[in-house]
Design a protein around this ligand. Structure first.
Ligand SMILES: Nc1ncnc2c1ncn2[C@@H]1O[C@H](COP(=O)(O)OP(=O)(O)OP(=O)(O)O)[C@@H](O)[C@H]1O
Length: 292
């Protein structure tokens, strides 16, 4: 696995021509501002978390999103997944413009066409593993399909755990349940927010391998926010955010090692983080130079 550099700010734009109308995720001019612009000093208080994001992700792709703290990763994920509404711009998932949907339709779309994996697993402790996995079907008003639950539990290596409860399982196993829950409705896109943030390195690799398999073997589309270069190295493409805008990408190619890919991602992150620190405090760069 290896990554090649791409420094355009419309990551994914080259896919536009042949995926238009059937791309999994499409953002056009997406901005998200927190706070109001009206009033004498309100412009200073407004935070521009996303400053005009253009992005096209094809079906069957695995995309990691990285960036320094405060660069807009969570906001990007929330706006892309219909958990938050952009201030301006459009988001399309599988051709449906979700920014035009009312709350009820948006909720229905999230339940039937999207899957979610969070750092904290978010399993319901009183339910069994099988019941947790079947929850998206119940919430969508569909008859729970136990055979389908068994199938996805088998895919994440937990075929024998259906009757357990979350507290009887390790963190890695709980995250695999969360992944099974995310996959049970065969969603068009799985959004993962720091899915390995609470796991040790070996367990994280297992979960990332399953996400990779969901893309390669099951045709899923995965968008993952992560701080971890080793996690991002499992993706086909890493998109970097800085101050609410895309700041280039790295793409997978050839047979370079995962460690090389992670090193290159880490180097790009270090560069972005030091630029962000300098933008906040111009003396930070000088201090670093003196310290070096
Ligand atoms: N509800 C909110 N109200 C006001 N500002 C917010 C809100 N949520 C986020 N922000 C601001 O928007 C910017 C982007 O935040 P976001 O959480 O998307 O960044 P992030 O890259 O996910 O950060 P981290 O890596 O630290 O989790 C930050 O400046 C943050 O302080």
């Amino acid at each position: 696995m290896g990554l090649r550099s791409k420094r355009d700010d419309t990551a994914g734009a080259e896919h536009t021509a042949h995926t238009r109308g059937r791309c999994a995720v499409e953002l056009r001019g997406v901005t998200r501002r927190y706070g109001r612009l009206r009033g004498p000093r309100s412009a200073q208080r407004a935070v521009h978390a996303l400053r005009g994001i253009d992005l096209v992700l094809p079906y069957g792709s695995f995309t990691a999103v990285m960036g320094p703290s405060g660069s807009g990763k969570s906001t990007f994920l929330q706006c892309s997944a219909g958990l938050d509404r952009p201030t301006s711009g459009t988001v399309r998932l599988g051709g449906t413009e979700i920014t035009a949907l009312n709350e009820n339709k948006l909720t229905a779309l999230r339940r039937t066409r999207l899957g979610f994996v969070f750092q904290a697993f978010n399993l319901l402790p009183s339910l069994t593993v099988e019941q947790n996995v079947l929850l998206p079907m119940r919430l969508a008003g569909h008859r729970p399909d136990r055979r389908r639950a068994a199938e996805v539990l088998g895919q994440v290596g937990l075929a024998d755990y259906a009757k357990r409860r979350p507290h009887e399982m390790s963190g890695g196993q709980q995250q695999r349940v969360a992944l099974a829950r995310a996959l049970v409705t065969a969603p068009e896109v799985v959004f993962a927010d720091e899915p390995t943030g609470a796991l040790d390195t070996a367990t994280a690799a297992e979960v990332l391998g399953l996400l990779r398999h969901a893309v390669d073997g099951l045709g899923a589309t995965v968008v993952m926010v992560t701080h971890d270069p080793a996690a991002a190295a499992w993706a086909d493409r890493v998109l970097f955010l800085a101050d609410g805008a895309f700041a280039g990408s790295l793409e997978r190619y050839g047979d370079c090692g995962a460690r090389d890919a992670a090193d290159r991602i880490a180097a790009r992150m270090a560069d972005l983080t030091s630029r962000a620190a300098q933008a906040r405090d111009p003396r930070a760069g000088a201090g670093a130079a003196v310290a070096a």
